[in-house]
Design a protein around this ligand. Structure first.
Ligand code: CA
Length: 233
């Protein structure tokens, strides 16, 4: 999140909703950009990454789900918080929405006050610091170029898959990822691997990190997935 006014990209096709959001978000000090369909939204997000995306579920051409998937697969946009706007009748799809990488969802008709509270919460989420191809979280340091992992002074060996898994978790500290999301992001969408594959690799990664004398920083969210904390290892 930048020090200047945070930029919110609104991907929404209903003019009345757009006006409502533009008016209220600007009043709260946000810089607002509008995209009226999925293709345009995706392109804007990639070219000028905003601090947060408000994404309507029902859009012409490209659905909100598909946009969210593509945002999560693109390097330029994978860390941008996404809040989905859904109509009440689509509530059954909520879980699916979260499973494809949305950070939160708000059901229409929503109160602007509630929306802004959720939006501020999503913007406050800590992010790992990335400096010159290095990613650090607590005592763990990853060199993205050399594919090396340090825990304190100890160098840790990881397989390419474990490395991608670690980087994915570290890029969004405290964010809860479902097993399906991790399969999608680490192994790729076309995979038909069982979600237990994720558990196996998480287990290996944990052993590698703790064998270096560190605490277990990967949290298991029962029945859902995993998140990585900011405590040092
Ligand atoms: Ca719509």
């Amino acid at each position: 999140m930048s020090l200047i006014d945070p930029t919110i990209l609104v991907i929404e096709d209903e003019p009345s909703q757009i006006e409502l959001l533009r008016y209220n978000l600007s009043r709260q000090g946000f810089e607002v950009r509008i995209a009226m369909d999925g293709e345009e939204g995706l392109q804007t997000a990639i070219e000028e990454p905003p601090d947060l995306i408000l994404l309507d579920w029902m859009l012409p051409n490209l659905s909100g789900i598909e946009i969210c998937r593509r945002l999560r697969r693109n390097k330029a946009t994978r860390e941008i918080p996404v809040i989905m706007l859904t109509a009440r009748s689509e509530e059954g799809d909520k879980i699916r929405g979260l499973d494809i990488g949305a950070d939160d969802y708000v059901t229409k008709p929503y109160s602007i006050k509630e929306l802004i509270a959720r939006l501020r919460a999503a913007l406050r989420r800590p992010s790992a610091s990335v400096t010159q191809n290095r990613l650090s979280l607590g005592a763990i340091e990853v060199d993205l170029e050399k594919h090396s992992v340090l825990c304190g002074e100890t160098r840790i060996k990881t397989s390419p898959t474990e490395f991608r898994l670690l980087v994915t978790l570290m890029q969004s500290p405290e964010r809860v990822f479902s097993r399906h999301q991790l399969l999608d992001m680490v192994w790729g969408i076309a995979t038909d691997l069982d979600t237990r594959t994720v558990d196996v690799h998480i287990g290996r990664l944990r052993r590698a990190l703790t064998s270096a004398g560190g605490q277990d920083q990967i949290r298991t969210i029962r029945g859902f997935g995993y998140a990585m904390g900011v405590n040092s290892c």
